[in-house]
Design a protein around this ligand. Structure first.
Ligand code: NDP
Length: 264
């Protein structure tokens, strides 16, 4: 299947690891030119080297950028314009979650979670908006979580911030379509990637291996598909929504949770 993105320019925030890296890989494999960013230069360079090994002809731009810093996003957008002449698709993926119940969630965490979920999209959007508006296929696609609809008490601040992001993306979809920019998001359940690897490192029982630990989480949470997602799975959903394959879709939130969504 072609996503109709050959030679098109995609920007992936948080493209150096996990879901973002798989998204870059899929975009490149379909002939897109891709700019990716992350804060950590070493991780970014390792990702770039891995991609070039796999796709020697890839048109890639890897830049350090903190999505919470508007100036850093502007500098990233300038570099993308200089290298590729513009941008067609912005995939806002950078971020992480905050695991804590109410009593363990300080005020700063409430503020930083809300900041990350909203400005992690708004800053890159501000920097790339004019490029997206100039494109004939402009799109913004956000990584969001099922927590937006189905909050978890052990991630109380993240859940609330995710709901705010879902609400905001819906408004953005109405506003930005005036400039021809479609806005969609995906709602993730649990996906094997960097976040889970980090939590695995801090597991209570160090004798547990990865498969056992991650399988126990899937069973305990009652995910109907009996496993966590692989990063390639949200990557496919993101590229679909970002691409002209989804040309009549805006304001959508696509569930990628292995059936974990309890809503009708
Ligand atoms: P990873 O930790 O594997 O990847 C996160 C990426 O985001 C890295 O490239 C990281 O690079 C980058 N990043 C984080 N913060 C910033 C920042 N402020 N500015 C720029 N880049 C940043 O995580 P996942 O692939 O699992 O997560 C991807 C997205 O999916 C996140 O938004 C996450 O919250 C969301 N999500 C994931 C779920 C899961 O189960 N995996 C569930 C629900 C949502 P660096 O650290 O170098 O900046």
């Amino acid at each position: 299947m072609s996503f109709m993105i050959e030679d098109r320019v995609a920007v992936v925030t948080g493209g150096s690891s996990g879901i973002g890296l798989e998204t870059v890989r899929l975009l490149v494999s379909h002939g897109a030119r891709v700019a990716l960013c992350g804060r950590n230069r070493e991780r970014l360079e390792a990702a770039q080297a891995e991609l070039i090994r796999e796709f020697p002809e890839a048109q890639l731009l890897a830049e350090t950028c903190d999505v919470l810093d508007a100036d850093s996003c502007e500098a990233f957008a300038t570099a993308v314009t200089e290298r590729f002449g513009g941008a067609d698709m912005l995939i806002a993926n950078a971020g992480q979650g905050y695991v804590a119940h109410l009593d363990d969630t300080p005020r700063e965490a409430w503020l930083s979670e809300t900041n990350l979920k909203l400005f992690g999209v708004l800053n890159p959007l501000g920097a790339f908006r004019s490029q997206l508006a100039t494109s004939d296929i402009g799109s913004l696609t956000c990584v969001n979580s099922l927590l937006a609809l189905q909050p978890e008490p052990h991630m109380i601040a993240t859940s609330a911030a995710r709901a705010a992001l879902l609400n905001m993306t819906h408004s953005l979809s109405h506003e930005l379509i005036q400039q021809g920019i479609r806005v969609n998001s995906i709602l993730l359940g649990m996906v094997e990637s960097g976040q889970w690897r980090r939590r695995f490192e801090q597991r209570d029982d160090p004798s547990q291996g990865w498969e056992e630990w991650i399988g126990a989480i899937a069973n305990k949470r009652g995910i109907p598909m009996g496993r966590l997602g692989y990063p390639q799975e949200p990557a496919r959903a993101l590229v679909f929504l970002a691409s002209p394959m989804a040309s009549f879709t805006t304001g959508a939130a696509l569930d990628v949770s292995g059936g974990f969504n309890r809503h009708l």
